[in-house]
Ligand binder design. Structure first.
Ligand SMILES: Nc1ncnc2c1ncn2[C@@H]1O[C@H](COP(=O)(O)OP(=O)(O)O)[C@@H](O)[C@H]1O
Ligand SMILES: O=P(O)(O)O[C@H]1O[C@H](CO)[C@@H](O[C@H]2O[C@H](CO)[C@@H](O)[C@H](O)[C@H]2O)[C@H](O)[C@H]1O
Length: 464
């Protein structure tokens, strides 16, 4: 597509006003809507850019919109007055049946009256517009599309929206690239782009190197909107693979060991690429204090957690206690939300890690803090427990064998064996299980029992 087709036109405000009632109803129903459970009281426009000329048969509007909601419960993500979402809205005379799942609604007023509004990421032409903009390094209004200089992005790759249950939306282009379009966006350096770029500079092959990215420059701040990466064709994610092996009664220890090695390699590369710090007494006390505060917030929100809170708290006081005795820890940049679903195994058996966004509910500043690498290890250990629970094989030794193999692999590839620091590991596993209780209560109440079972186990003090 030529520059003449990508034009910088600000969407007319009356078009957006006419879309508002439709979006208010549609937005909270989306899987990626972060503010579930709190009614949307209004939307305000942050930015809007037309990606196709206003007179074309297909209207294509890039819209950043802020959702105002009833007061957030304690502990919910809050960055500014309301979460900001990225939307790609198409309008057509009528929707073909293949686009039925993308329907936003029928526009009754404004310049698009009589047309149908829909989520344009489901559609071929709009997805092609995004890839072309990335290929050509386009600037469209406040939107900036960048291509990594060494990356060759072929024209004409056929797009398809992925169907995975995601926090964002991803489009695969010809099985060659995958574009993650971030939905809830925040201003500032986003680890989902920052860390893969740093790892690529470091030559770490365990993470797909960004081929391009899109950002918005607004009010003197940069908002990362999307990242294009090579698509790992034929890859299976660790969660799917673990469940498959569990169903066949197969052992997963060899894969767990390989995953441990991959995690250690990524950690070493991150420690080389970005600053590390030593956590002394004050820092460690702060860390334990943060974990305790999250526990208290979660216990306020999920009554089922309350009876276990005092026992769980001891994991954090033990950590603070070690710090008081003069123990120090190295902190570095980490993945931040590592679990089996974030690990992809290519057909040649190599594991890659993806999705460096961190826990979506935490602020960007918090997600970018250096932390003990054990945090990611704890995430993976929790994930083995989730897999065993889902397959109904808890207590059979499967989880324990994966745990041991993963820690061994981690140590074999140069990481410090997590088992040599049981107090820190327990604190992080507890913190993660608490996070999961809150996550499941909000997003998947049917899964709540999985982290609650871990909470019960973690409430029983380990033999000294
Ligand atoms: N480079 C890739 N190659 C192949 N599949 C990928 C790649 N990156 C992501 N995916 C697939 O897309 C899904 C969602 O990606 P992810 O980055 O985890 O998005 P989200 O933050 O929205 O959860 C993954 O679970 C995986 O199946
Ligand atoms: O994949 P996301 O980055 O959106 O992470 C969130 O959702 C995950 C679930 O999809 C959630 O992970 C939890 O469930 C997994 C099984 O579905 C399990 O493997 C993980 O260990 C468990 O934490 C993750 O916590 C959440 O942030």
């Amino acid at each position: 597509m030529s520059e003449a087709v990508i034009r910088t036109v600000t969407s007319p405000p009356d078009l957006l006003a006419s879309l508002e009632p439709l979006l208010r109803e549609w937005l909270p129903r989306q899987r990626w809507f972060a503010g579930k459970g709190r009614p949307v009281t209004g939307l305000s426009l942050v930015a809007a850019t037309d990606l196709l000329p206003a007179d074309s048969r297909l209207g294509l509007h890039h819209v950043l919109v802020r959702a105002h909601q009833q007061a957030a419960p304690a502990g919910a993500a809050a960055e500014g007055p309301g979460d900001c979402y990225q939307l790609l809205i198409g309008t057509r005379e009528a929707l073909p049946p293949r686009l039925a799942p993308a329907l936003i609604g029928h526009v009754t007023g404004g310049p698009a009256a009589g047309r149908t509004a829909y989520d344009a990421l489901y559609d071929t032409r709009p997805a092609e517009v995004l890839l072309e903009a990335l290929r050509s390094g386009a600037r469209i209004g406040g939107l900036r599309f960048e291509r990594a200089p060494e990356q060759d992005i072929r024209a004409g790759l056929v797009p398809r929206l992925t169907t995975a249950e995601q926090s964002n939306s991803s489009v695969v282009y010809g099985d060659t690239f995958i574009l993650k379009v971030l939905r809830r966006i925040v201003p500032g350096v986003n680890p989902d782009l920052e860390l893969p770029l740093a790892l690529a500079r470091e030559g770490c092959p365990r993470v797909p190197a960004p081929a391009g990215w899109m950002v918005a420059d607004l009010d003197g701040r940069t908002w990362v909107l999307g990242v294009l990466q090579p698509f790992l064709q034929g890859a299976t994610d660790g969660w799917e693979l673990a469940l498959r092996e569990l169903a066949k009664g197969e052992d997963f220890a060899a894969e767990a060991r390989a995953l441990g090695r991959a995690t250690a390699e990524v950690h070493s590369a991150l420690a080389r690429a970005l600053p590390t710090v030593t956590l002394g007494h004050a820092h460690a006390r702060q860390l334990a204090g943060g974990m305790t505060a999250r526990l208290e917030e979660a216990a306020r929100a999920v009554p089922l957690l309350r009876p276990y809170a005092p026992a769980l708290r001891t994991a954090f006081t033990a950590l603070a206690g070690l710090a008081a005795e003069g123990r120090t820890w190295t902190a570095q940049r980490v993945h931040g939300d590592l679990h089996l679903g974030q690990c992809l195994r290519a057909p040649d058996g190599q594991w890659s890690l993806i999705d460096f966004e961190g826990e979506p509910a935490r602020s960007l500043a918090e997600r970018r803090l250096p932390q003990p690498a054990v945090r990611d290890v704890a995430g993976m250990l929790r994930s083995f427990d989730y897999a065993a629970h889902s397959a109904g094989v808890r207590g059979t030794g499967w989880t324990e064998s994966c745990r041991a193999a993963y820690c061994t692999g981690y140590a074999q590839a140069g990481g410090r064996d997590p088992r040599t620091d049981p107090v820190l590991l327990r604190a992080y596993e507890t913190d993660k299980a608490v996070y999961e209780v809150l996550y499941e209560a909000r997003h998947r109440p049917d899964w709540l029992e999985v982290p609650l079972a871990a909470v019960r186990r973690l409430s029983v003090p380990e033999p000294a």
